[in-house]
Design a protein around this ligand. Structure first.
Ligand SMILES: *Cc1c(COP(=O)(O)O)cnc(C)c1O
Length: 223
């Protein structure tokens, strides 16, 4: 079931994006067996919100001989979780302050690692969401480009949480324009846009998303 749902989604996403957009499976609260089913069906990118779940799931998948895949952190990283996050994920999508970036940079340096990060943008200025405000993004990005153990290559946004399609579209467009501005200022590697979830990924692809983050549409409703 999970495998079929993934393959159906993949076909739809390939069609909608011309093959330009990847699918990250949001695996919060999913069993390693469920994730393995998706990986076996061709999924290549897994995201976790909770670092303990990331670590436990990746360990179980290794023991089960799961296919190679890439892992991203898509939830807020508390500073005491920086170390396991950097060890178990190739990319951290949710950096939203200089304090968090400096902490990750220091720990990555201690571990002898370089990690890819994205900035999380609070693109609808929602009080309930993490993320840097759009107007503060360019300055924060410049400070992070100076950190030697982090490589900033994209922006992530949850987008406006509303049934108003136009507001959702505008929040994704805001994020896309920030990435365009960063590239115009010479940061040509800043190409990834992680935007769109089960309910709004088509709008996100319209607005330039390169990675959609999908949970329920493949794994089913969460309890
Ligand atoms: C859970 C989650 C998703 C996926 O949401 P669905 O509605 O289950 O597709 C995407 N991004 C983040 C940050 C999430 O926490």
């Amino acid at each position: 079931m999970i495998g079929e749902l993934f393959q159906r989604l993949k076909a739809e996403v390939d069609e909608a994006s011309g093959g330009r957009t990847r699918i990250l499976l949001a695996a919060k609260h999913q069993s390693p067996e469920a994730v393995l089913e998706a990986l076996t069906a061709g999924a290549t990118l897994i995201g976790h919100n909770i670092i303990q779940q990331l670590t436990a799931s990746e360990e179980a998948l290794r023991e089960m001989g799961a296919p190679e895949h890439e892992t991203h952190v898509i939830g807020h990283v508390q500073s005491n979780k920086a170390r396991p996050a950097l060890i178990d994920a190739g990319t951290i999508e949710t950096v939203d302050s200089l304090k968090t970036a400096r902490r990750l940079n220091t720990v990555a340096g201690d571990l002898g690692l370089t990690r890819i990060i994205y900035l999380q943008i609070n693109s609808s200025n929602a009080p309930s969401q993490f993320g840097v405000a759009p107007e503060d993004t360019l300055e924060l990005a410049e400070q992070i480009f100076a950190l030697p153990h982090l490589t900033l290559t994209g922006l992530m946004s949850i987008g406006a949480n509303t049934p108003d399609e136009q507001a959702v579209r505008e929040s994704f467009a805001t994020t896309r324009k920030l990435a365009e501005q960063l590239r115009a200022e010479g940061h040509v590697g800043c190409r990834e846009l992680s935007m769109g979830m089960s309910g709004d990924w088509r709008i996100a692809i319209d607005e330039g998303s390169t990675i959609i983050r999908v949970g329920r549409q493949v794994f089913g409703e969460r309890d």
